[in-house]
Design a binder for this molecule. Sequence first.
Ligand SMILES: Cc1ncc(COP(=O)(O)O)c(C=O)c1O
Length: 444
Amino acid sequence: MSAAPTKPVTNNLDAFLMPFTANKQFKKNPRLLAKAKGVHYWTPEGRRVIDGTAGLWCVNAGHGREEIKAAIAAQLEEMDYAPSFQMGHPKAFELAARHAAMLPGDLNHAFYCNSGSEAVDSALKIALAYHRATGQGTRTRFIGRERGYHGVGFGGISVGGMVNNRKAFSAATLQGVDHLPHTHLPAKNAFSRGEPENGAELADELERIVALHDASNIAAVIVEPCAGSTGFLPPPKGYLKRLREICTKHGILLIFDEVITGFGRLGTAFAADYFGVIPDLMTVAKGISNATVPMGGVFVRKPVYDGLLSGAENAIDLFHGYTYSAHPLACAAASAVLDIYKTDGLFQRSAELSKYWEDGVHSLKGTSGVIDIRNLGLAAGIDLEARAGAVGARGYDTFVKCFEMGLLVRQGGDTLAMSPPLIIEKTQIDEVIDIVGKAIKQAA
Ligand SMILES: Cc1ncc(COP(=O)(O)O)c(C=O)c1O
């Protein structure tokens, strides 16, 4: 048999269709990262770059953690893979028990997947399956929020509220989805430190939507406790509590998408702890495994789990799952990172550093072109004034300047977002702020 003809392997950057990237622009002037340790990346030429974004809000314990490497290697040696459909492996159950023990209230159960997007779509499906299993099959509608980001699955973009993520796919978004108004109110809340004062009443919009459709048709409300991808928006004081009350009153499940807030970002294990509001379902990813092996999860309150399992003993409770649900390598990594969070006290550290971080980012107030700064925990968003007729250009140029000066930030439009690893030192925070300030000025 003759071998299949092969094409020559090119050494340019053309073959990789990059996600969420201006491919042509990038490939003309690429920014490559080749090595990482602690709070730093290195380019292939050996230039050091501070990781001001913990990768993509995910490397909370810092890069290259030996303990995680060892745990993954040991697991690979012992067993590379085992299925989770009608079978199981001990580390999956151990991990779920550990997560349950650290979660607030009766969030006692965990479903595992491979990403935040999968976690969101899984949570939406669990909500539907729960309602059906408990005789509430008319509850099929979802409510998301403008400016929300819930990943890129069809469920996630449907409940999400970022126009560019929905525009090309509009015809394929889910039916029966409404959106709450976003809570970004710069006219009232600009330069808020922590939770903004104004806007809790926006949660009452949920009552309006309930009145329109009737609660008996609504399955779940999904929000990020702090919107991340839209430029880091902490919730107005009292907003999440109000949302919880309205959901409880109408039997609507409340889903917190904690893909970026989970695992210490706000100085507590979860945003649910920080705000003292317990959702019925919580989606996580990123910091769950410190981004070493892809993993996501849905944490579920006991009544939802019990409802799902209310069928016959031999009935499959949830017709949903992934080949790599609870992948052994991901479980090993996630377990090792829980040890690190605990031993190094990283959630506490994040809480302790948050005031220093807040003062640092707010010191940029007054820099020409900075029109809003927001912060909570170890995260911040900075809005820049758009150039006339060129929305996003200033943000992009500032991001590139930061990279050239040795700092990775996240940029969307004219907004910069930062979320450093929780191991960052105060002197490194100073460096981050210094570079961002210079870059904003240079890209004016
Ligand atoms: C709140 C939120 N949900 C979901 C996702 C999607 O996660 P992933 O990219 O792992 O699919 C993200 C990613 O940034 C996110 O911030």
